[in-house]
Design a protein around this ligand. Structure first.
Ligand code: NAD
Ligand code: TYD
Length: 361
């Protein structure tokens, strides 16, 4: 039975990936999920898999060399899928240090532990050992507005935020291990994800939550920044496909040609909410565009991201399957049905974060 070590599996994309993998492979695989459970890690995301014999959760920090080496020593790990990271740009602007620690040093710890466990004395690796580093399109920097330019795998790195700089640093480490040690890895650089289990500090769940609560919808700057949105399950599928069929040592860009301006997204969310809310739901009274509030822009705000997914399409036949109109409806329905999840996510520390981040905005 193949064993996967998934890092950051209690977060947004990691938990969706774990659900996808068990739906696809059932009892054919084993997954060990290592996560330290920061504010963004939530075991409620994984309730449905908790009782499985082929699933184990280990609470550990990816920077903790001993703990990570022990997982490799105690288990025959075949695949690593490395999600664990500090992931929110706004937080990286306020507190960059932890981004360097987790994203750069944590990735180095994961690479060293995998190499130590896998590398043979002659410098080769057993067939089937693979490390997939999950990264972002933000490492490529920002594209000009209203341009037909796209991010390709060959686009030079030009990160602007402490978040994207730390992810760029981690990507460079993976590249260096591949070049220097012939370390069996892949890197995927994906565009913005949306879907169930996304922590409501990110734009889409934040806007859904605020609209339902009748709170203002804080749109940064002029609202004309462009992001290329991908339904999270399509990302999970792409990651699996790259590990199964991709060429080792290659980078694959993942994105869905679904570029939208932030203001458009907010308006789509409001319209979809009104469509989905029952006629007699009292929240209908306040779910409208009056909630939209333009606030002070994010520092160093990247203008436009747009992925060219040509390589993954041509080599692996991957294409997004969930179109935005359908995906956003599914997502909104999920947040509707998961009031308890949202209540837990937005209690306590979230309130403090929200008040600080949006004070004066
Ligand atoms: P997330 O913030 O929802 O989850 C991150 C997870 O990592 C959490 O469960 C957290 O507890 C865990 N974690 C953080 N620091 C850790 C540490 N030191 N040790 C162990 N676990 C730790 O993030 P996400 O949105 O699911 O993103 C996952 C990965 O995908 C990240 O590497 C991110 O850079 C990348 N990515 C995200 C997006 C996006 O749109 N969200 C797009 C492209 C790439
Ligand atoms: P976000 O979800 O934080 O993802 P990223 O910064 O990684 O792209 O933000 C998506 C876009 O939405 C980005 O251009 C910033 C903008 N945004 C707002 O306008 N208001 C908000 O409250 C947030 C969180 C983001």
């Amino acid at each position: 039975m193949r064993t996967y070590l998934v890092t950051g599996g209690a977060g947004f994309i990691g938990s969706n990936y774990i659900h996808y993998m068990f739906r696809k492979y059932g009892d054919e695989i084993r997954i060990i999920n290592v996560d330290v459970l920061t504010y963004a890690g939530n075991l409620e995301n994984l309730r449905a898999v908790e009782g499985r014999d082929n699933y184990t959760f280990v609470r550990a920090n990816i920077c903790d060399r001993e703990a990570i080496e022990k997982i490799f020593a105690d288990n025959e790990i075949d695949r690593v899928v490395h999600f664990a990271a500090e992931s929110h740009v706004d937080r990286s602007i306020v507190n960059p240090g932890v981004f360097v620690e987790t994203n750069v040093l944590g990735t180095a710890t994961m690479l060293n532990a995998a190499r130590k466990a896998w590398e043979r004395p002659d410098g080769t690796y057993p067939e089937g050992k693979k490390f997939l580093h999950v990264s972002t399109d933000e490492v490529y920097g920002s594209l000009p507005d209203d341009d037909n330019a796209f991010f390709y795998e060959t686009t030079p790195y030009q990160p602007h935020s402490p978040y994207s700089a730390s992810k760029a640093g981690s990507d460079m480490l993976v590249k260096a291990y591949m070049d220097t040690y012939h370390f069996p890895a892949n890197i995927t650089n994906c565009s913005n994800n949306y879907g169930p289990y996304q922590f409501p500090e990110k734009m889409i769940p934040l806007m859904i939550h605020n609209a339902l609560e009748g709170k203002k919808l804080p749109v940064y700057g002029d609202g004309m920044n462009v992001r290329d949105w991908l339904y999270v399950e399509d990302h999970a599928k792409a990651i699996d496909l790259v590990q199964e069929k991709g060429r080792l040592f290659e980078t694959y860009n993942i994105g869905g040609h679904n570029e939208k301006r932030n203001i458009e997204i907010v308006k789509i969310i409001l319209a979809t909410l009104r469509e989905v809310l029952p006629e007699n739901d009292p929240r209908r009274a306040h779910v409208n565009e009056d909630l939209i509030t333009f606030v002070e822009d994010r520092k160093g705000h990247d203008r436009r991201y747009a992925i060219a997914p040509d390589k993954i399409k041509a080599e692996l036949g991957w294409e997004p399957e969930t179109m935005f109109a359908e995906g956003i409806k599914k997502t909104i329905r999920w947040y509707f049905e998961s009031e308890e999840w949202m209540a837990h996510a937005t209690s306590g520390a979230y309130q403090e974060y929200y008040e600080k981040m949006y004070a004066g905005r």
